[in-house]
Design a protein around this ligand. Sequence first.
Ligand code: GAL
Length: 230
Amino acid sequence: MNFSNIQPPFLNPVVPFTGSIQGGLQDGLQITLNGIVLHSGGTRFAVNLQNGLGDQNIAFHFNPRFEEGGYVVCNTKTKGSWGPEERNMHMPFQRGNPFQLSFLVQSKEFQVSVNGNFFLQYIHRVPFHQVDAISVTGAVGLTNISFQPSGFWKATTAPMTQTVIHTVQSAPGQMFSNPVIPPVMQSGPTYPIPYFTSIPGGLYPSKSITVSGMVLPSAQRCGSCVKIIA
Ligand code: GAL
C-alpha cells in the first residue's frame, strides 16, 4: 500500500474551518473528525463535504441540531440552492462531550459513524468525486481531521509487531504494584492516526495505558503522549 499521497491531517483546525482535500474523494476514503461539542456558539454544527472553498456546492451537509429534542439534518446544496432535507430524529452527540465522527465514502452513499457506531447513510445526489474540500461550522471544537484511504484498514490490521506498556508512577522511582502484563501479539480495534481521546477516570497510580500498533514501512518516527487539558 502506498501511503505517500495521503492527505495529511488538519491539526487543531479553528472553526469555522475550510480546507482542501488533495485528490478529492475516492471510493473507500474515510474522513474522521475528533472534537467536542461546545455549549457556546449556537445550537448547531455542520460538516460540509463540498466542491471548492465557497459554500455554493455542498455534496453532503451533515448538520446536528440541538433543538426540539435534537435531530440531524442532511442535505445537498447545488449552485446555492438547498435540496430536500433528510432528517434523522436521533442525536448521537452530547453538548460538552468529545466525539469521533467518520464519513466513509462508498460508491452509492456516504456512511456516517459516531463514536465508532454506524449512525446513518446518505445516498449521493451528486457524484462524490466533485468533492474536494471540507468545511466545519458551528458549536464545535476540533482536535483533528484525518484521512484514511481505501486499504488503510487492511494494512493497519496486519499482525501487530509491538505492544508498549506505560505505567503511571506516583513519584520518581516509586512504582505501584501492577500486574506484570507481558507484551503480547494481539489484534484489536484500529484508530485513525493521529488519534486523540480522553482517558476515562484520568490518570492514577497503577493505571496502565497500552498502545499497540504496526510501524508503517514509510515511517520515520512515531510517538505517543499524554496531555493534561485544563
Ligand atoms: C437551512 C439552514 C442551513 C442548512 C439547511 C439544510 O434552514 O439555514 O444552514 O442547514 O437548512 O437544509
